[in-house]
Design a protein around this ligand. Structure first.
Ligand code: UD1
Ligand code: CA
Length: 467
C-alpha cells in the first residue's frame, strides 16, 4: 500500500510479567509475542516498519536480527505513548502517507482488521482514526468520549476520568491510523498535564478536534482481537485463543484431532490432510507433517520435517530432524537433532538417535543408542545395540553400510566402519573395521562344563535359598 508506515511500540517495561525477559519476547504459541504482530504486518504492503524499543532493547533487537527491514529507534526514558511515537520522527520526517500505530504486546489482531481501519481512515480523508470496541467493564482502558453529534471528541484515561466517563463502555484500543502530514508538529505540542505526568498520544484527539482536523473511529464488533499481554495470566489466556485458532484452521484443512483441547500446535506448523493427531500431541516450531500421518498420544515434535504416511507411536520426542515417507517411530523413541530417519525405516521403542542417519527400510526396533552414525539402507540393528561414540573427549562416527546385520547387544566402538552386507554376531564389542561381506564375532568364547550345576547342588545341604 502506498505510503503505509507501520510503527510498533515496544518500549514499555512489562512490570507485571515479573520477568527478566522483555514482555514482547515471551513465547505465545511458539513464537515471541511481537512476532505475531510482525506476522500480521507481513500481510500488508508497507513502506517502512519502525519499532520503538526501550526496556531490554538489546534483547529485543537481537531477537529480531533476522528482520533487516525493521528499523529500531530507542525511547529512553519512557515518557508515555505520545513520546514513544515521537521517537520515530527522525525516521519518518518528510515522508508522505499514513502511520499505522500498533503495540507489540497486542498479538491477536488480524490483517483484515487493519485493512478495515486504513480504509475507514483513507476513505474519510481523516487526520486520525481510532480503533475502538466495547466491553462491559473496560477497566484500565482509555474511554472514548463522544459529543452530542456522536463524533469522537476526546479520549480520557481511566485515572483521569470522572465517574460518568468511567461508565463509558467504548474503549480505546491504542491502535490508530494517523496521517503523516501534521502528525509530528502536533506530537511535539503534547503536554503532560495528566495523572501520570506523561505525554499521552490519546491527547491528539482533542487537539485535532480543536484544530478542526478530522478524527474518525472504527468500532469493532468484538474486543477479542484487541487483547493485550500484560501478565502471565494474559499470556495463558491468549495462548489458548491462538491455539484454538490454529487448531480450527487445521481441522478445516482436513486434519483429524482426537482431542483438540490437548493438542498444542505452534503457529508456523503445517499438517497435511488426512493426518491424525492423538491427544496430548505437541507440534512445535517449524514442524511440517505430511499427508496421512498418524502422530499418537503424547508425542512432541520440534522443528521436524515429516513426509507422508509416517506413524509416530505414543510418547516419542523428535527434535530438529527429518523423517522419510512411511517411516515408523516409537513408542517412546527419542530422535535428537540432525537425525534423518529414511523412508520406510523403523525406530522402535526405547531407541535413541542423535545426529544419525538411518537409511531406507533400515530398522532399529528395540532399546538402542545410535549416535553420530551413518547407517545405510536395509540395515538391521539388533536390540540393545550401542554406538560408543564418545571417548571422554571427542565424538567419533560409526559407519554402517547397506544391508548390514548387527546382532543384538553389540557395541560398536567408534570410529568404526561395518562394510556392506557384513554380519556382526550378537554380543560383540567391535573395535576395528569389519570388511564388506564378513562376519565379525567379538565376544568371549562360551565355556560349558557338563554336570557342574547338578554336582554342586548334590554336595551342599538344602538351604532356604535353594528353592
Ligand atoms: C494506552 C492508551 C489507552 C488505551 C490502552 C490500550 C495512552 C495514554 N493510553 O494505555 O487509552 O486504552 O493503551 O491498551 O496512550 N509504550 C512505550 N513507551 C512508553 C509508554 C508505552 O513504548 O513510554 C508502549 C508499551 O510498551 C505498550 C504500549 O505502548 O506496548 C501501551 O502502553 P501502556 O502503558 O500499556 O498504555 P496504557 O497506559 O495501558
Ligand atoms: Ca496496556
Amino acid at each position: 500500500m502506498i505510503g503505509l508506515h507501520v510503527v510498533i511500540l515496544a518500549a514499555g517495561k512489562g512490570t507485571r510479567m515479573k520477568s527478566e525477559t522483555p514482555k514482547v519476547l515471551h513465547p505465545l504459541a511458539g513464537r515471541p509475542v511481537i512476532e505475531h504482530v510482525l506476522a500480521t504486518v507481513d500481510h500488508l504492503e508497507t513502506a517502512s516498519i519502525t519499532l520503538v524499543v526501550g526496556h531490554g532493547s538489546d534483547m529485543v533487537r537481537a531477537a529480531l536480527a533476522n528482520r533487516p527491514n525493521l528499523q529500531c529507534v530507542v525511547q529512553s526514558p519512557q515518557l508515555g505513548t505520545g513520546h514513544a511515537l515521537l521517537q520515530a520522527e527522525p525516521v519518518l520526517k518528510g515522508l508522505r502517507g499514513d502511520v499505522l500505530l500498533l503495540y507489540a504486546d497486542v498479538p491477536l489482531l488480524e490483517p483484515g482488521t487493519l485493512l478495515r481501519l486504513l480504509e475507514a481512515h483513507r476513505g474519510a480523508k481523516a487526520a486520525m482514526t481510532v480503533l475502538t470496541a466495547e466491553l462491559a467493564d473496560p477497566y484500565g482502558y482509555g474511554r472514548i468520549v463522544r459529543g452530542a453529534d456522536g463524533r469522537i471528541e476526546r479520549i480520557i484515561e481511566e485515572r483521569d476520568a470522572s465517574p460518568e466517563q468511567r461508565a463509558i463502555k467504548e474503549f480505546n484500543s491504542g491502535i490508530y491510523a494517523l496521517s503523516l502530514r501534521q502528525l509530528f508538529n502536533n506530537l511535539n505540542d503534547l503536554a503532560t498535564d495528566n495523572a501520570q505526568g506523561e505525554y499521552y498520544l490519546t491527547d491528539l484527539v482533542a487537539m485535532y478536534r480543536q484544530k478542526k482536523l478530522r478524527v474518525e473511529s472504527l468500532c469493532l464488533e468484538s474486543a477479542d482481537e484487541l487483547r493485550g499481554v500484560n501478565s502471565r495470566q494474559d499470556l495463558a489466556d491468549l495462548s489458548l485463543i491462538v491455539r484454538q485458532r490454529k487448531n480450527r484452521l487445521l481441522l478445516l484443512g482436513g486434519v483429524t484431532m482426537e482431542d483438540p483441547a490437548t493438542t498444542y500446535i505452534d503457529a508456523d506448523v503445517i499438517v497435511g490432510a488426512d493426518s491424525v493427531l492423538g491427544p496430548g500431541v505437541r507440534l512445535e516450531g517449524r514442524t511440517a507433517i505430511g499427508k496421512r500421518c498418524r502422530i499418537h498420544a503424547g508425542s512432541r515434535l520440534t522443528n521436524v520435517a515429516v513426509e507422508d504416511d509416517v506413524v509416530v507411536f505414543d510418547y516419542s520426542v523428535i527434535v530438529d530432524s527429518r523423517v522419510g515417507q512411511g517411516a515408523q517411530i516409537g513408542p517412546m523413541a527419542h530422535v535428537r537433532p540432525q537425525s534423518v530417519v529414511g523412508p520406510s525405516a523403523r525406530v522402535g521403542n526405547f531407541v535413541e538417535l542423535k545426529k544419525t542417519t538411518l537409511g531406507k527400510g533400515s530398522k532399529a526396533s528395540h532399546l538402542s543408542y545410535l549416535g553420530d552414525a551413518t547407517i545405510g539402507d536395509g540395515v538391521n540393528i539388533g536390540a540393545g545395540t550401542i554406538t560408543c561414540n564418545y571417548d571422554g573427549e571427542k565424538k567419533h562416527t560409526t559407519v554402517i553400510e547397506d544391508q548390514v546385520f548387527i546382532g543384538s547387544d553389540s557395541q560398536l566402538i567408534a570410529p568404526v566402519t561395518i562394510g556392506k552386507g557384513a554380519y556382526v554376531g550378537a554380543g560383540s564389542s567391535i573395535t576395528s573395521d569389519v570388511p564388506a561381506g564378513a562376519l565379525a564375532i567379538a565376544r568371549a568364547q562360551q565355556v560349558v562344563k557338563p554336570g557342574w550345576a547338578t554336582k554342586r547342588k548334590a554336595s551342599r545341604p538344602a538351604t532356604k535359598s535353594d528353592h
